[in-house]
Design a protein around this ligand. Structure first.
Ligand SMILES: *Cc1c(COP(=O)(O)O)cnc(C)c1O
Length: 397
């Protein structure tokens, strides 16, 4: 049976805790709290009640029948995380962490955000639970994600533009860490993906695994069996771990993570840490990274802000090395084509992140027989991507 991470947070040679002494105290406190509530029936009942009544779970699985027929091969099924409150899978994890914060008596929440999706989810749950919320966001992202910045403000959060470095996600992460070191006593740091030091990668995976647990019930109801392939996009890797994890011990289910190849893997403008990176340490854990020979973190690119991160969660590094999952990458252009096809053929406007997973499903499907099934995690909806898509395509805003 798959049993990772170990007690010190290692997934094989990956994961762990690479942080300053000051943060060790906070991380140990968090580790103990999570261990106490992880299997607590009252905690889990409240978590699932929030997911049901506030998020709208379970999210449906949908057979993309017309598209599958047009592609002429395997049947494609979409797990509809786009239908969640706030429009993506991120809210699942945020609820779990905010519930831990309440139990630890921490009334101040901090978070980092890139495009703003995790910031909006965090601001949402802080409003719902009556917690103070401070969101760090790179100044460049604050400027290009005005709508999400405004949503966070409406929800009562303080958005702090970060002016250091490239003024994007990794700088926002550094600044959030700095705040946490200073305010450890009063503050809970809600990380938005399966990265960071232990116990975050494990904890975020556990909260997100509701996605795959639901699929394990829904797929047999719809098709009489489990899927042949389970596919998800990988930015930091949380929606992918959420749908993969419950399937790791199910034989015959192939797991495929799809990274952003941006302008192409032969250029430097991509975000494919697993496909094209090397092991190193970033943001408190050991994992695959995009870095140069001297360990300097590379600048990344993806048309989709949620995929634009130079690292990846350590559990994916382990699933790659142990060959339990395969990782591939699709380009901006391929993702954009899948985006438009999904709109026109299925009547669903997907997030650009999710469009990467869909794009690979559309490549694979025609090579397989019609009785094979591919389950794709549709991690979020595309409303936030309207301006990007309008810039990248002929159809003007
Ligand atoms: C943030 C985001 C992602 C990327 O994050 P993961 O941790 O890799 O899941 C993917 N899809 C959507 C819709 C997002 O908002």
């Amino acid at each position: 049976m798959y049993d990772f991470p170990d007690v010190r947070g290692h997934f094989g040679p990956y994961g762990g805790v690479f942080v300053s002494e000051t943060l060790m105290y906070a991380l140990n406190e968090l580790k103990e709290t999570y261990a106490k509530y992880q299997h607590d029936p009252e905690f889990l009942a409240e978590f699932h009640s929030e997911l049901k009544h506030f998020v709208g779970r379970p999210s449906p699985v949908y057979h993309a029948k017309r598209w599958s027929e047009m592609l002429g091969g395997a049947q494609i099924y979409l797990k509809r995380e786009d239908l969640n409150h706030t429009g993506a899978h991120k809210i699942n994890n945020v609820i779990g962490q905010a519930m831990l914060a309440k139990r630890m008596g921490k009334k101040r929440i901090i978070a980092e955000t890139g495009a703003g999706q995790h910031g909006v989810a965090t601001a949402t749950i802080c409003a719902r639970f009556g917690l103070e919320c401070v969101v760090y966001q790179g100044a460049v992202d604050v400027a290009r994600q005005a709508q999400n910045v405004y949503r966070m403000k409406l929800l009562g959060a303080t958005v702090v533009p970060v002016e250091s470095g490239t003024k994007t996600l990794k700088d926002a992460l550094n600044e959030a860490m700095r705040d946490w070191v200073t305010n450890v006593e009063t503050t809970f740091y809600i990380i938005g993906t399966v990265a960071g030091p232990h116990p975050y990668p494990m904890m975020v995976r556990d909260f997100q695994s509701v996605i795959g647990e639901e699929c394990k019930v829904q797929m047999p109801e719809m098709t009489g069996r489990q899927p042949d392939y389970v596919m998800a996009c990988v930015g930091g890797g949380s929606n992918a771990m959420g749908i993969f994890y419950p399937y790791i011990d199910v034989p015959g289910v192939q797991l495929i993570g799809v990274e952003a190849a941006g302008h192409g893997l032969n250029t430097k403008e991509h975000s494919a840490a697993l496909v094209a990176g090397t092991p190193g340490v970033l943001h408190g854990n050991r994992t695959y990274l995009l870095q140069d020979e001297n360990g300097q973190i590379a600048e990344t690119h993806s048309v989709s802000a949620g995929m634009d991160y130079p690292g990846v969660g350590p559990e994916h590094a382990w699933l790659k090395d142990s060959k339990r999952a395969d990782y591939v990458a699709v380009t901006d252009d391929e993702a954009l084509k899948a985006f438009h096809d999904c709109c026109r053929i299925e009547g669903i406007i997907p997030a650009l992140e999710s469009s990467h997973a869909i794009a690979y499903a559309c490549k694979l499907a025609p090579t397989l027989p019609k009785d094979k099934t591919i389950l794709v995690n549709l991690s979020g909806r595309g409303d936030k991507d309207m301006h990007t898509v309008a810039q990248e395509s002929g159809l003007k805003f």
